[in-house]
Design a protein around this ligand. Structure first.
Ligand code: ZN
Length: 244
């Protein structure tokens, strides 16, 4: 068995097909851009998935062989089948897979169900964002400066209706004066969840070297620690994992 981290980048992949200005930034979809920088890492094996693919991009065989699921959705959250969301939730809770929710995935069913929130926030015009590194010792912050600037990103503002995170690692300032908790880590069940705010479809943030570093570090952080090993449950106890 390969010890590589098996990453699936799931994208709603609609805006890039219907809006010329989005397609101009991400011609093959923003998930392809994310894959292209993750592919530079020898310890990762990256697969693309999209909402309009068969089985909404995540047939059982692929999901059961995913260590980290990266999720980008926006206008079609409601189309994602509850049955699929339940499978994703189970896999994260059992510690078999980590979830990275990007940008508008704050309203996605997987993020809201797993973290336990309505995910509401306020938003506004695209503008300059300064992302501050609040926890330099966190593994996701490795190799980052104390802050970096995104010349244009969609304003997201507090209050962000999420549970208090286990670690708050990025905080952002926006040109109009608003602030937002832009990098949040959660432990849920035996699994890990990372929410990261940059990545509006009209903005080229996934080409930014620091955003790329954060998502790359996020994959390594969210990946189960036991890749390559079977999860062994105590045979005397009945658990969800042993019943399956
Ligand atoms: Zn957006």
């Amino acid at each position: 068995m390969s010890n590589k981290i098996r990453v699936v980048v799931w994208n709603e992949f609609r805006h890039e097909k219907t809006k010329a200005h989005v397609k101009a930034i991400y011609p093959d979809g923003l998930h392809a851009t994310i894959k292209s920088f993750l592919d530079k890492n020898d310890d990762m094996e990256v697969t693309l998935a999209a909402l309009d693919d068969p089985d909404q991009g995540l047939p059982d065989e692929l999901l059961e062989n995913t260590d980290v699921l990266i999720w980008w959705g926006h206008a079609a959250h409601g189309e994602v089948k509850d049955e699929l969301v339940a499978k994703i939730q189970d896999r994260v809770y059992l510690g078999k897979m980590g979830l990275i929710a990007l940008h508008s995935a704050h309203m996605s069913k997987p993020f809201r169900n797993i973290v336990g929130t309505n995910g509401f926030l306020s938003w506004g015009r695209n503008q300059k964002e300064v992302v501050w590194n609040l926890l330099p010792q966190h593994p996701i912050c490795a190799g980052l400066p104390d802050h970096f600037v995104l010349e244009t990103e969609e304003l997201y503002s507090e209050p962000f209706y999420v549970p208090q995170p286990d670690a708050l690692i990025f905080g952002s300032w926006f040109e109009d004066g608003y602030i937002f908790r832009s990098g949040l880590c959660y432990l849920r069940g035996a699994g890990k969840v990372f929410y990261f705010q940059p990545g509006h479809e009209e903005c080229p943030s996934y080409y930014n070297e620091y955003v790329q570093k954060i998502i790359t570090n996020g994959v390594r952080w969210a990946a189960p620690a036991n890749i390559g090993f079977e999860i062994v449950c105590c045979p005397q106890l009945k658990t969800k994992a042993t019943e399956e």
